[in-house]
Design a protein around this ligand. Structure first.
Ligand code: SF4
Length: 353
């Protein structure tokens, strides 16, 4: 089944088009401190290598702005770059002046419409885009008061007021993110916003948590919205590496058939029928296949119950038995080997890919 995406307006983020029928873009954010400049540089390169399509970087003071200026001047980024601005609209103006492709502003703390108007004018002049980023943790206090503390209504109001202000200024090159740390609230606000406006939506569950629970929360929040055709770009927020965020983002997209990305490992949960340490074997196969860019399916199965079926269905696969393991390629058994040699043989097959 194919998901029918809502046709949003197309916007430009540097050389990347977002919205409409363009692929759903995967984003992440730099985690190293800007003072640790070399670490920031290597993080950018790692992100670009693993397929991150938009890189956001926090610009919290003049020093960060200067460092970012150096990177942009040296053409260090091959991906569009977004400066994340909180509180100080002058930093947004500075970031646009040094050539970022987009500034993320938070209507809850940018200081009202007057400073925002300056940012919009500058973005227009620089042909840059803006991300309206409303988060449940930093909603404008007046809006919250007006709505008697109703978070969902306040997020929606904050987004819609900002959208209308941008439209009044005839500025349309923007996307919207409305995030809550609750999965249900994130889904609800984005559904409401999507029903009201036609601009691209950036999806994410904010402060989702550490790797495992964070990935589950994000898969639910982002995945449910995507399954309803909502969302043009995503970020999985994890208290983990930015590269893990990108991998998780692609996994969500590929499991919904919205994008293809690298190797899809099919492995069984194991049970008392398994005679090998399948978890160790799967981890090893994952390490071996991490860097493979081809979109292929690799099956690693613990016994003959479902093993041969899944391994046949994959591009390559291994199904362990009691004493031997069967190795599959393109739906056929190509070898039956002793269990002790099986991983070595399978590794050789992976290396050929
Ligand atoms: Fe158990 Fe075999 Fe199923 Fe794996 S494939 S869970 S080992 S029955």
């Amino acid at each position: 089944m194919e998901i029918k995406r809502k046709l949003t307006k197309e916007i430009k983020l540097g050389n990347l088009k977002i919205g409409a029928n363009n692929p759903i873009a995967v984003q992440s954010m730099i985690k190293n401190k800007i003072e640790n400049f070399e670490a920031v540089k290597s993080e950018i390169k790692m992100l670009e290598k693993c397929g991150c399509e938009v890189i956001r970087i926090a610009v919290s003071d003049e020093n960060a702005l200067l460092k970012l200026k150096t990177l942009i001047k040296d053409n260090f980024f091959t991906t569009p770059v977004v400066a994340d601005i909180q509180f100080d609209h002058k930093l947004a103006l500075g970031a646009l002046d040094i050539g970022v492709d987009c500034v993320r502003i938070n209507p809850g703390n940018i200081g009202g419409f007057k400073p925002l108007e300056e940012v919009v004018k500058k973005a227009k002049q620089k042909n840059a885009s803006i991300r309206i980023g409303v988060n449940s943790g930093s909603i404008n206090k007046d809006i919250l008061k007006r709505n008697n503390g109703d978070i969902i209504q306040s997020i929606v109001d904050s987004v819609i007021e900002t959208v209308e202000f941008f439209e009044k200024l005839k500025f349309y090159n923007f996307k919207i993110s409305a995030k809550a740390s609750s999965v249900i609230d994130t889904i609800t606000v984005n559904e409401i916003i999507s029903s009201k406006v036609n601009y691209p939506l950036h999806l994410g569950v904010t402060e989702a948590g550490p790797n495992f629970p964070g990935a589950i929360k994000s898969a639910l929040g982002i995945g449910i919205l995507l399954s309803k055709g909502i969302g043009d770009t995503i970020r999985v927020s994890l208290t983990d590496s930015s590269v893990s965020e990108v991998r998780a983002g692609y996994l969500i997209l590929s499991n919904l058939n919205l994008r293809k990305y690298g190797v899809d490992i099919i492995s069984c949960p194991t049970c008392s029928r398994t005679k090998v340490n399948l978890s160790e074997i799967v981890n090893h196969v994952q390490d071996l296949t991490n860097q493979i860019e081809k979109n292929i399916k690799v099956a690693v199965m613990g016994c003959i119950v479902n093993g041969p079926g899944e391994a046949k269905d994959a591009d390559i696969g291994i199904a362990y038995g009691i004493k031997k393991a069967a190795i599959f390629a393109n739906g056929k058994v190509i070898k039956r080997v002793e269990i002790d040699n099986a991983l070595y043989e399978f590794e050789n097959l992976i290396k050929q890919i």
